[in-house]
Design a protein around this ligand. Structure first.
Ligand code: NAP
Length: 901
């Protein structure tokens, strides 16, 4: 039954809360922008009473306030629209590809009228405090205008970019001219004709406003601290190709948007930058430049542009080339060219004539990196080098983003009197970006920890509100009245957020995404970087798994607390496993050896090609019983290099010297050493001990032929993954027992070390993580009869371990082989062998060899290469590339996913 609602306060009682009654509602919604309006509509449909509260005089949210000249959306308007009602879509036609602020505001007004939402909104009303009333199990809100509000549920639809940053420059108050903020632009406009105007700030707002202001002002001086990447919008009619797609099948188009990475339906790019020629890359870039679409240029050039510094640097340079082509003065062009952040790591801008504006005689760029502002004075702005007399200063200096609108608006006091500001003292902590432990029944729309500003907000807003309102309805049906995230769930989400932040390059820039734009603010990547579609899947999974991570309670019903973590896998591992599950493959062990080999060949064809190394060669070497093929990877640097003898994975049955090609290339590049991958013999044609004996014989041959191979004479290193890790470990034991060759170190990646199947990881990870218990049984059966399995050449854990070469042992959390890998590392250490362990949290058996697929494995791969270099006596690498070595203060302490054991 909806709770009673009283009318908003009359003018007579405005501003005097003591005289006001309390307005009782089921739900209070703060904000009447895109999110607030849809929330009110859905709540009303669900039969819940609601009040909207907004400081503004009308609906619109950010579009109510940001009325500066040139203000437009930067996601194509057909995508930046509500999709919940096909009739609404039919009733409104956008006039342009990127609508202006007035048109978007008209649209939101149209929506408010169409669904009669204004009657539930109290404008000019600011919430001054929100307190959780433990006794009543309700939120009590005080306002600066009219009745206070008592509500069961409290929804912050306050937007991510709505709390303007104060000017952090001395002397603003002394300035005798006019001061404006783009984020609070006067409603009746500003006449800048004939004026000497300054704009401080070159983010999206500044970049949109500057060309318009330059056309009016007598003189415009732009004060730029950090140059930004901007792309021409090419505004005009809605592009015919996008309209065709949308109108051809609206439902599918919208559904694809909901499951896409950024909330706009574009296909996933598969080609990586190093697979494309210069000409191909340029052609793709020119197409993107001509399209004038941020989502397109951020996602459609090549697959590694957003995740890899090298792939990204190629885009960045092409944009800088464009800037140099447009701006006539080379010094100005250089100052406008960003070099301090990857393209896309800071929000790129969409512009109309931005760079060309600097060719105008009335426009001057002041590079604050070379001449910082000293102060604002009565007459203008003084830098280290000069003074500028001004009539008007426009601050386009941005927002206290994502958390500002939630924290700065009013104190929010949750359970036990703890405020949200206290809870977030070290950065925002949320579960799903929607809820906060200790703050029951408080919901944030597109809050920190959700895709929010890295997505098409319209899509994310609808998803959040649908999820929240559906939960409220489900709770009502079950008799629950409170819902609260658990600490475990929230901590797990923080770990998942940190893991996701390793997927993209956002961590490498100081931006409002990371809180770096506000002095003193806790820093870390605040939006969820795992993508809109995966995030939606996770939110659905929370519900599907019985509200995992939430406590639900209500009068007369038993409390339900389904504590736990929703995502324990690394985000990209989760995607890989989901994709494999969707393929519905038959168990590999049912295919027979030949069928399984054919499957692996096909499977490997679909992976990204390995990166370029100096040279790849093939040849034959002498195994234990005849010649064996090998593949050699040589670094591009001058040799001779130390040699790593590598043994591929495949359960002694599958694979060959080429099957771990991307991993071999990666190790070659990272370690700067030669990798020789050996095609050792396989079962069932050659059962135990063929693989083990080949491993030893091949290593001896390679050591003896090091000079011919272009390698450094002296000890070699061995490395292997899975069954190859078994061969590598056995090779070290045989080399010691048989007097050579000399081995300087061993890298064992998720190795098979023992024939016992009773360790916990065999049970915990029996199914669901690609390498199953059943598959391991099959591999063992084909390779080795039970009687032979305790032979140390099959189970090196049972061998003589003292005196073996130093080892680096990698294990993965979700791998049946995890515990035997750990057991081997511990046994080596107990035998006095120097050992380093790397336990891959959230990883599965194949994580580290799936180069350029499991991006989060890069940290581990970097450490493996460092270990190999250490074994070979090479100095530490000074440059780290895509290994996450330069995190920008993540929102949570960085718990590297590859923790040292
Ligand atoms: P912003 O991106 O944070 O840009 C603020 C600019 O002001 C930056 O260039 C910043 O330099 C500069 N700045 C800040 N404090 C300064 C100081 N004390 N001295 C000198 N310079 C200072 O803010 P925004 O332009 O308002 O845009 C914020 C976000 O809003 C955008 O990224 C976008 O997501 C959204 N937005 C969208 C549109 C659209 O097209 N739909 C339009 C406007 C805004 P530093 O970089 O050195 O900090």
């Amino acid at each position: 039954m909806p709770e009673a609602m009283v009318a908003p306060a009359s003018d007579a009682t405005r501003g005097n809360p003591a005289q006001n009654p309390t307005q009782e509602v089921d739900v209070a919604v703060i904000g009447a922008g895109f999110a607030g309006l849809y929330a009110l509509h859905r709540l009303r449909q669900a039969g819940l009473t609601a009040v909207g509260l907004d400081e503004a005089g009308d609906v619109g949210g950010t579009w109510y306030w940001n009325r500066y000249p040139g203000a437009r959306c930067d996601i194509q308007t057909i995508d930046y629209s509500y999709t919940f009602d096909p009739a609404l879509e039919g009733a409104w036609t956008w006039s342009e590809k990127y609508a202006t602020q007035p048109e978007i505001l008209r649209y939101l007004g149209f929506v408010a009228d169409r669904y009669d939402l204004r009657r539930d909104i109290r404008f000019h009303t600011k919430v001054t405090a929100a307190t959780w009333d433990e006794g009543a199990q309700r939120w009590q809100l005080t306002t600066d205008n009219g009745a206070s509000v008592s509500c069961r549920y409290y929804i912050m639809a306050t937007g991510c970019l709505s709390a303007p940053k104060p000017p952090e420059i001395d002397g603003v108050k002394d300035f005798k001219g006019a001061v404006y903020f783009t984020s609070r632009w006067p409603h009746d406009g500003v006449n800048l004709a004939g004026k000497r105007v300054a704009v401080i700030g070159t983010g999206s707002s500044g970049i949109q406003a500057i060309p318009m202001i330059a056309e009016q002002a007598a003189q415009l001086t732009v004060f730029q601290r950090t140059p930004n990447f901007a792309l021409p919008a090419h505004n005009g009619p809605v592009p015919a190709d996008r309209l065709f797609l949308l109108e051809g099948d609206r439902a599918t188009y919208r559904e694809q948007a909901r499951w896409s990475p950024a909330g706009v339906p574009w296909p996933k790019q598969t080609a990586v930058s190093w697979q494309l020629s210069d000409a191909e890359r340029r052609e793709r870039f020119e197409t993107a430049w001509a399209k004038g679409d941020l989502v397109y240029i951020l996602t459609q050039l090549w697959a590694d542009q957003a995740v890899d510094v090298d792939g990204n640097a190629r885009v960045a340079e092409l944009v800088r080339e464009k800037i140099r082509g447009i701006v006539r003065d080379p010094e100005t062009a250089a100052a406008l060219s960003p070099h301090d952040h990857p393209f896309g790591a800071k929000r790129p801008c969409l512009d109309t004539n931005y760079y060309a504006t600097y060719n105008r005689p009335n426009v001057t760029l002041v590079n604050l990196r070379q001449e910082p502002i000293k102060a604002i004075t009565a007459s203008g702005i003084t830098t280290d080098k000069r003074s500028f007399d001004l009539d008007v200063i426009v601050f386009a200096t941005g927002f206290d983003a994502m958390t500002g609108a939630i924290l700065a608006v009013h104190p929010i006091m949750g359970r036990g009197g703890k405020t949200l500001s206290e809870a977030w003292a070290n950065g925002p902590q949320t579960y799903l970006g929607l809820t906060v432990a200790g703050f029951p029944n408080l919901f944030m729309v597109t809050g920190p920890g959700s895709p929010s500003v890295l997505s098409n907000m319209a899509v994310s807003i609808e998803q959040h509100i649908d999820w929240v309102v559906d939960r409220l309805v489900a709770m009502r049906e079950a008799g629950f009245t409170t819902m609260e995230a658990t600490e475990t769930a929230q901590e797990g989400w923080a770990r998942h957020m940190a893991d996701c932040s390793m997927l993209t390059l956002h961590r490498l820039a100081n931006t409002w995404y990371t809180g770096a734009n506000v002095p003193g603010k806790a820093q870390g990547v605040m939006p969820y970087t795992g993508g809109v579609g995966p995030y939606r899947g996770i939110c659905n999974e929370v519900v599907g798994r019985g509200m995992l991570g939430f406590k639900l309670a209500g009068p007369g019903v038993a409390e339900q607390c389904n504590d736990g973590e929703i995502v324990c896998l690394q985000p990209d591992v989760r995607l890989v496993l989901n994709m494999l599950a969707e393929m519905n493959l038959p168990p590999i062990e049912t295919l027979g050896a030949e069928g399984a080999r054919a499957f692996l060949n096909e499977f490997n064809k679909s992976r990204p090609a390995g990166r370029l190394v100096g040279e790849v060669g093939e040849g034959m070497l002498q195994g234990a019983d005849g010649p064996l093929p090998y593949r050699l990877y040589r670094p591009a640097t001058p040799g001779p290099h130390p040699i790593i003898v590598y043994f591929h994975g495949g359960g002694w049955v599958l694979g060959d010297e080429q099957s771990d090609d991307p991993f071999c290339r990666d190790m070659c590049r990272r370690s700067d050493m030669i990798v020789v991958s050996v095609g050792y013999r396989h079962a069932p044609e050659h059962r135990f001990p063929a693989a083990a004996e080949d491993g030893h014989a091949a290593t001896r041959w390679i050591a003896e032929h090091a000079a011919e191979l272009g390698g450094r004479a002296g000890p070699v290193l061995v490395a292997g993954w899975s069954a190859g890790g078994n061969v590598a470990a056995v090779t070290c034991q045989l080399a010691k027992a048989r007097g050579g060759p000399e081995i300087a170190g061993q890298l064992l990646v998720c190795p098979v070390t023992d024939c016992a199947f009773d360790r916990a990881s065999y049970a915990e990870n029996a199914t669901g993580y690609f390498l199953t218990r059943g598959l391991m049984f099959w591999f063992w059966d084909i390779y080795c009869s039970p009687a032979d399995r305790t032979d140390p050449r099959a189970s090196p854990l049972r061998g003589e371990l003292s005196g073996l070469p130093p080892a680096f042992v990698v294990t993965a959390e979700f791998d049946p082989l995890r515990d035997e890998g750990i057991a081997y590392a511990e046994a080596l250490a107990n035998a006095g062998v120097p050992v380093e362990q790397l336990k891959g949290r959230g990883h599965f058996h194949s994580s580290f060899t799936m180069v350029d697929v499991v991006i989060t494995g890069a940290i581990g791969r970097a450490r493996m290469a460092e270990a190999l270099r250490g074994f070979a006596g090479l100095p530490k690498q000074t440059t780290q590339r895509d290994d996450g070595a330069r995190p920008v203060r993540p929102a949570v302490p960085l718990d590297v996913n590859a923790a040292a054991g």
